[in-house]
Design a protein around this ligand. Structure first.
Ligand SMILES: [Zn+2]
Length: 478
């Protein structure tokens, strides 16, 4: 009887503790392993029992010992024992990273991930300590133990040699980046990083890939913005000027941002990161995280996030519009913006106040209406009974000039699409978006151009044949 009441009491105490602190039982964690790389062994070396040999990218084989590490003191002790007393720079950075992993920023990210994925988030970081390998070229060792992450497996590899030599890279910020991937449900498109299978923050890739990398970069720079926000500034300055496309044959082609379509710019991970970063600064980190959670699926892109954000926080639509328009440098078409942010009054009013995007067929359609009106008027005048009065002749010439001026503006739009067509062979097949855009443009613009340039020639001939331009008087009046 007494035991039963103790059990019941315990149950209530536990249930209460759970209610007041759900995180009390969350076991989201970052686990660390230390793999000490002892020495290089020959290709014919046969490991003794208990020994482990790793073959790396260069073909070198290394004798290694792996231990689970539970505290940073453990890690420090193990590495100290390895190096004989003093930690080198790379080793110290690994100890600092382990200390950082126990802090609030990582805890908050993991809690967000648990909410999102409805499961605990455990990430394993394997640190390769290469301090003792002195019989292999340092640059080979760095490449052999290059940091990487296995996204689906929540596993990250770090190495002392990489952070020893690439001192500007903050391992703590890399940890934030990789954990941001671990808490995300999103998946990238097959072959989205092009033939080299790697990506850069200023590269045009594909929508989901750009968004999932943008999310990771956003968190990385939110926590580590650099001195005076230099990391963010650098990101902003680069994508403001140019982005790159990967060629099918390998290598990159840089393009001035002004020669890139809005749809393509949305597929640049740095631009995705900047949109998220600016929203978090101007609206709030909570709002960004709530919209991330609400829209996160296995196939999600920045546009889905923005649609959710605009619907959830209607009073911030103006800010969302402004950031989106600025970060894509005014290149998104009106229809692309309304498909993301809706057709509410705020959006429609803001669209009226901005300049026309450079690669849009919409202004050409407006010009088409003007050209139709001008063409109809010209036809009316040209059909009048001859001899023409001098007023009619003047009207024909005036209208002809206006018509040609409008046609010139149409031609400028057609020419801007021709610029998009540069370097077709290498780039277009990797940018289906550009292909679609060019096809849509030529389907829309070519018939307009053909019709009106044909009429332009007809008017010019009419003017000459009837002596209108030459004397202002008709030939048969002489
Ligand atoms: Zn990443």
């Amino acid at each position: 009887m007494k035991l039963k009441s103790i059990v019941i009491k315990c149950f209530f105490v536990l249930a209460f503790a759970f209610l007041i602190s759900p995180s009390l039982f969350a076991t989201n964690d970052v686990f660390f392993k230390l793999t000490t790389v002892m020495q290089k062994v020959s290709t014919t070396y046969i490991p003794k029992s208990g020994e482990n040999v790793l073959t790396r990218r260069s073909g070198c084989r290394y004798l290694v010992v792996t231990k689970n590490i539970s505290t940073k003191d453990d890690l420090e002790r193990e590495m100290n024992a390895n190096s004989g007393g003093e930690l080198d720079d790379g080793q110290q950075k690994m100890v600092d990273t382990m200390a950082f992993s126990e802090g609030d920023e990582i805890k908050k990210l993991l809690a967000l991930g648990q909410k999102n994925r409805k499961t605990e988030i455990d990430v394993t970081v394997e640190i390769f300590d290469t301090t003792f390998v002195d019989d292999v070229d340092a640059s080979v060792v760095i490449k052999d133990f290059w940091p990487c992450s296995y996204i689906g497996m929540n596993k990250i590899d770090f190495s002392t040699c990489y952070f020893n030599s690439y001192v500007t890279a903050e391992p703590q910020s890399v940890l934030v980046h990789e954990i941001s991937h671990a808490i995300d449900k999103n998946s990238r498109e097959p072959n989205s990083y092009g033939p080299d299978n790697s990506h850069q923050f200023f590269e045009v890739t594909m929508p989901r890939s750009a968004y999932l990398e943008g999310w990771a970069i956003y968190n990385q720079y939110r926590v580590f913005p650099g001195p005076n926000n230099s990391s963010i500034q650098n990101l902003d300055n680069v994508v403001k000027n140019w982005v790159t496309f990967e060629r099918n044959t390998g290598g990159y082609q840089g393009y001035s941002t002004s020669k890139v379509t809005g749809g393509e710019l949305l597929n640049v991970e740095g631009i995705n990161a900047l949109v998220l970063y600016k929203l978090s600064k101007q609206v709030g980190q909570t709002q960004v995280e709530n919209s991330f959670l609400k829209s996160n699926t296995t196939e999600v892109k920045l546009g889905d996030f923005l649609t959710t954000f605009a619907k959830t926080y209607p009073s911030s639509v103006k800010t969302v519009f402004t950031i989106l328009n600025e970060q894509t440098f005014g290149t998104l078409e009106d229809s692309e913006i309304t498909s993301l942010l809706g057709t509410g009054k705020t959006v429609l009013d803001l669209l009226k106040t901005r300049a026309s995007p450079p690669y849009s067929t919409a202004p050409a359609l407006d010009l088409q209406k003007t050209l139709n009106t001008q063409m109809a008027k010209l036809k009316q005048l040209m059909a009048l009974k001859k001899p023409f009065s001098s007023t009619t002749k003047k009207s024909i010439l005036d209208l002809k000039a206006q018509f040609e001026e409008t046609l010139g503006r149409l031609q400028a739009i057609i020419d801007s699409f021709k610029e998009l067509n540069e370097d077709k062979a290498g780039l277009i097949s990797f940018s289906p978006l550009r292909q679609t855009k060019l096809k849509e443009a030529s389907n829309t613009l070519d018939p307009i151009a053909t019709l009106f340039s044909g009429f332009k020639t007809a008017v010019a001939n009419f003017v000459i044949n009837n002596g209108i331009a030459k004397t202002g008087r008709l030939a048969n009046e002489d």
